[in-house]
Design a protein around this ligand. Structure first.
Ligand code: MTE
Ligand code: MOS
Length: 795
């Protein structure tokens, strides 16, 4: 068979087709987990009892009053759990807690015939709390030495030597905010138990296998007694990698105890107040540059705000540490990382998984230091790119390092950067109250799970007697287009038209022991597995076809057909070079069946060559790097700090795209979501000492500002890097899901440039994150003040 990356000349991969469910999405016909409950008789609805304290002991709980509400069937508490009362993988997340760890934590769940009854029932449960002191901010946690999990250090060379060699040494501090996932579909689970006690949970989960495992351990069952299915998600963005497990377990527990199907769907406020978000970070740093502007040494301490429990905080931190270099070679590095424990929701995976936080820190450093070095920020960045042959601080050679500069230079040219940079200078000189900023930033993002074991996937492919194909794989669909790509891979591998292939929902009883659909690796891993299954079937069919085609080939003077010379293309099977002698795929399948040939196969893929020492942060955790760059232009109003994103130009490397429309969509969506994180989305908790201390203040779309069409850049040019085949990956493609989010860093850097333009050159321009209009106002106000001080000094 052909190697993994080789593409046949004809085939569905690379075709610009719409998302497999696009028409269903836009007409409202696509079903989501919560749409399925209505089809079941006797459905029960679940509602949480949420604690009104950030930290408190539960002194007493009385559930009886809830049962007097008509329609209330049962109140679930810790006493009901037959297995382990824990919903996390770190065993630090009691499903029904005895100690409240964050404001709004669910302490019990009420099941009722209607949602209203469940809601009223939850209000009737009497809970007595003994409030305890709560830590909310990173500063409070650091002062109190409140940390969790393992701290780790990324180290290379000798920073002391690096600083000694440096001509310029700067120090600084940077604290920035998290981000709410705000997937359109909130967390939901629907559980049923059949007559044999088999538990079936439909869950909006990125990690069905782990949901299955947690449901099983809460119920005290073996994994084979629990099946989890994910039809599709209305967005996950990392927020459904671990957070769904507890909700699935509550629904499954309810179904087990009542014998009735249970639906648990969070409303928006519940989802916002119960589930984890992107980790905010705090960083203190010291950086050294040579006379030539080259980075000599970086020393830093990164503290992430993990919230009340660990879940994915350690791997998120590891990815942050593995991305503080971004695209830059750092000869001497010492970066410490630790996870703070606070009385907030348990912060978790979010598109980029710590990578954006690590990269934001180095990009902030470069943006701040460039004027102090007397350099343009874009020159300082370009100067420090990795060169071929160099390795990351954790010891991984940077494969295709030259691509960073290639993407960068191509983008600068296509976006007319140099000329626009000059235009903006002229504009700013002419406009005292409006300033424009233009910035370009690179992205280098490692692809694969750091945790090596996760880099495996399975698939199950059936060819039916009529030649139709049904595929199943371990990945989940959250809007990112994975299923579309898998259909394209299967059609290409079997040489049949796309219309012959159907995809069945992700289920743990079809493909077991799957990894989360995360780390952008869904298509790489599951694509490898789907292709493996198809290749096995095709090998068997080629044997059959060689026989059937043999007699025909004699007509053109051949002695017969070797199985290796059978070609499968667009539903036809023929000897190489002789399409006219071919037969239909379905005829070959028909013959194969009668010759008693196995027409289905289980496929498997494991990413080769990975190794990672997670204690010392050393190894080659990534199969390859994904590259990109973006140029953003903004205009800022000097009276209010209000700004517009006038234009964005993005160039991103997805290898040879499996599905260009999908990939462009991922790049656009990632960029806008990243811009939301960096410029609009401002999570605020009540940090006062009042009775609502710890309450999430931004618990609705009215107070939590999301990017929408009005925040799209006025001019938005998005392109995929051409001729970028990635060998060793399915059909030469590269992962795309997360990296483009970090392209949005150029928006923030453009805002910094614009704010700085209100003041004199050569000064360090600070900018808070998110750079809301208010934050931009304070930034430009500082610049203006510096200008006045300079004028006063001249007088
Ligand atoms: N795109 C959409 N539309 N919805 C999502 O929830 N999640 C992102 C990204 N793109 C997401 C998305 C995240 S966090 C990841 S890790 C990848 O998709 C996961 O899918 P993949 O591995 O198939 O790229
Ligand atoms: Mo994505 S944060 O890896 O689910």
């Amino acid at each position: 068979m052909s190697s993994l990356h080789e593409r046949p000349t004809h085939g569905a991969v690379g075709e610009a087709i719409p998302h497999e469910s696009a028409a269903l999405h836009v007409t409202g016909q696509a079903l989501y987990t919560d749409d399925l409950g209505g089809r079941l008789g006797g459905l029960l609805h679940a509602w949480p009892v949420q604690a009104p304290h950030a930290h408190a002991r539960i002194l007493a709980m009385e559930t009886a009053p809830a049962l007097t509400i008509p329609g209330v069937v049962r109140v679930l508490t810790a006493a009901d759990v037959p297995g382990e009362n824990d919903s996390g993988v770190k065993h630090d997340e009691p499903l029904f807690p005895s100690e409240v760890m964050f404001y709004g934590q669910a302490v019990a769940w009420v099941l009722a015939d209607t949602l209203d009854a469940a809601h009223l029932g939850a209000g009737a449960v009497r809970v007595e709390y003994g409030p305890l002191p709560a830590l909310l901010t990173l500063t409070e946690a650091i002062e109190a030495c409140s940390f969790q999990g393992n701290a780790s250090t990324l180290r290379r060379g000798d920073v002391a030597q690096g600083f000694a060699e440096a001509a310029h040494v700067f120090e600084g501090e940077f604290e920035f905010g998290g981000q709410e996932h705000f997937y359109l579909e909130t967390n939901v689970a629907l559980a049923q138990v059949d007559e044999a006690g088999q538990v079936f949970v439909q869950s909006s989960t990125q990690h069905p296998t782990e949901t299955q495992e947690i449901v099983a351990h809460v119920l005290g069952l073996a994994s084979n007694a629990v099946t989890v299915q994910c039809l599709r998600m209305g967005g996950g963005f990392g927020g459904k990698e671990m957070q769904p497990h507890g909700f699935a377990a509550v629904a499954a527990l309810g179904a087990t105890l009542t014998g009735r199907p249970v639906r648990l769907r969070l409303n928006r406020t519940q989802d916002l107040t119960l589930t984890g978000k992107r980790h905010p970070f705090h960083a203190v740093w010291k950086v050294g540059f040579g006379e030539d502007g080259k980075l000599r040494a970086l020393q830093a301490t990164l503290t992430s705000d993990g919230g009340w429990s660990l879940d994915l905080s350690e791997p998120v931190l590891a990815r942050a540490l593995c991305h503080v270099d971004n695209a830059y070679y750092l000869p001497h590095v010492e970066v410490h990382g630790r996870v703070a424990k606070t009385n907030k929701t348990s912060q978790t995976a979010f598109r980029g998984f710590g990578g954006p936080q690590g990269m934001l820190i180095i990009e902030d450093i470069l943006g701040r230091c460039a004027p102090l070095l007397g350099l343009e920020a874009h020159d300082l960045r370009r100067l420090n790119f990795y060169q071929e042959g160099e390795a990351t601080p954790y010891g991984q050679p940077v494969r295709h390092a030259a691509r960073i500069a290639e993407v960068w230079d191509t983008l600068l040219e296509r976006s007319d950067f140099v000329a626009r940079h000059a235009d903006i200078r002229a504009f700013n000189a002419a406009h005292p109250h409006r300033k424009r900023g233009l910035a370009v930033t690179p992205v280098k993002f490692g692809i694969s799970f750091n945790f090596t074991s996760y880099n495996q996937a399975g698939a199950l492919v059936h060819v039916y007697k009529d030649g139709s194909v049904l595929i199943n794989h371990g990945g989940t669909e959250m809007g990112q287009g994975l299923h579309t790509k898998m259909l394209q891979v299967a059609a290409t591998a079997l040489g049949v038209p796309l219309s012959c292939v159907r995809l069945a929902p992700t289920r743990t009883d079809k493909v077991p022991n799957t990894s989360a659909t995360a780390a952008s690796s869904g298509a790489d891993l599951n694509g490898g597995a789907v292709k493996d299954a198809c290749d096995q079937i095709k090998t068997r069919l080629a044997e059959v076809a060689a026989g059937s085609l043999g007699t025909r080939s004699v007509k053109v003077g051949a002695l017969g057909v070797h199985p290796d010379d059978v070609r499968f293309e667009n539903g036809r099977v023929f000897p190489v070079g002789h399409p006219e002698l071919g037969m239909d795929f379905r005829e070959v399948v028909h013959d194969a069946y009668h010759l008693r040939t196995q027409l289905w196969a289980a496929g498997f893929y494991r990413t080769p060559g990975l190794h990672w020492d997670r204690v010392n942060l050393r190894g080659e955790p990534f199969k390859y790097f994904s590259y990109g760059a973006s140029v953003s232009e903004v205009e800022v109003d000097g009276f209010t700090g209000a700004y517009t994103l006038r234009r964005a130009d993005l160039l991103h490397d997805v290898g040879d795209s499996l599905s260009p429309l999908i990939d462009i969509g991922q790049v656009e969506g990632g960029f806008v979501q990243g811009a939301g994180w960096l410029t609009l989305e401002d999570l605020r908790w009540d940090t006062s000492d009042g009775p609502n201390r710890g309450r999430l203040a931004t618990q609705a779309a009215s107070t939590y500002k999301l990017p929408s069409f009005s925040e799209m850049p006025e001019v938005f040019n998005v392109a995929l890097l051409e001729r970028a085949t990635e060998t060793g990956v399915v059909y030469g493609s590269k992962a795309v899901g997360e990296p483009p989010l970090m392209l949005a860093i150029s928006v923030r850097e453009a805002l910094r440039q614009a704010a700085a333009a209100f003041g004199p050159g050569g000064r360090e321009q600070l900018l808070a994150s998110p750079a809301t209009p208010e934050a931009v106002y304070w930034a430009l106000d500082a610049a203006r003040t510096a200008a006045q001080t300079a004028v006063a000094a001249d007088d």
